[in-house]
Design a protein around this ligand. Sequence first.
Ligand SMILES: C[S@@+](CC[C@H](N)C(=O)[O-])C[C@H]1O[C@@H](n2cnc3c(N)ncnc32)[C@H](O)[C@@H]1O
Length: 277
Amino acid sequence: MRLPWPLPALLTWVLAWGVALALQRTPLAGGWALLLGTGVGVLCALAGTTAWRRLWMAAGFPLSVAAVLVAGGGGSALSPWLWLVMAACVLLVYPLGAWKDAPLFPTPPDALADLTHTAPLPALRTDGRPPQVLDAGCGLGDGLIALRQAYLHADLHGTEHSRLLAALARLRLARRQVSARLRVGDLWAQAWADFDVVYLFQRPETMPRAAAKAGAELAPGAWLISLEFAVPDDDAQAAGLALIAAPGQAAPSAQAYRTGDSATSLRRPWVYRKQPG
Ligand SMILES: C[S@@+](CC[C@H](N)C(=O)[O-])C[C@H]1O[C@@H](n2cnc3c(N)ncnc32)[C@H](O)[C@@H]1O
């Protein structure tokens, strides 16, 4: 059974703290307890499904111990002010509006390399402009970097709820010379009508709403691409989306849905279909 994220991380941290606290009453109190707690975290992290998740799971215990030690000047409890500052930092990175969708997990560098073939785009649209591609919830910009590999000629756009993440994404994209227009805002409030591709790396719960928005707003022949999470069949059908490519064995991989295409859902790994015309 696979637990929904971030439950594996929370359980790992609770277990690591439990082991370290239980050892405080034994001859292994102190450094050994911290070492064994960290070891428990590292062991649990081996079950993480991506490198980022493994890192979060393994690093959570030692980082929280360090925070407690720094704040307490070597061992006493955290001051309420420090908790407030930490909570403010979390809110800066994740404003409340973003909590319903996904927290920050970046698209792995090569995860979208196949999109060139799976969800091909014309060199120019009928209005003479390059294809328009949106990363809805663009985080630190990793999805845009991966999209640029697949769509060299497209205009890239990113929308991100968190001001801090959007500012960091701007810096990272500039350093990598990836041109993209970023805006701070809610991905649900933004109109999708002008986009040829909307890319999402959110949560399973987000997908029915995203499918309905794509079906209502995207032009026929446009693409909704989701990394890792599928649109439930019924929602895809209701929105008029056809599954053109489903993920292979490697995780995470992208699913490509097309608007206004055949209503048949092709539930076979990496089935390619050419755009009409
Ligand atoms: C899993 S991360 C993916 C980041 C990026 N798309 C990538 O693939 O590397 C999801 C991002 O969506 C943002 N997000 C969540 N809900 C949002 C919303 N309603 N509007 C805009 N951004 C949102 C989060 O802040 C987070 O940065």
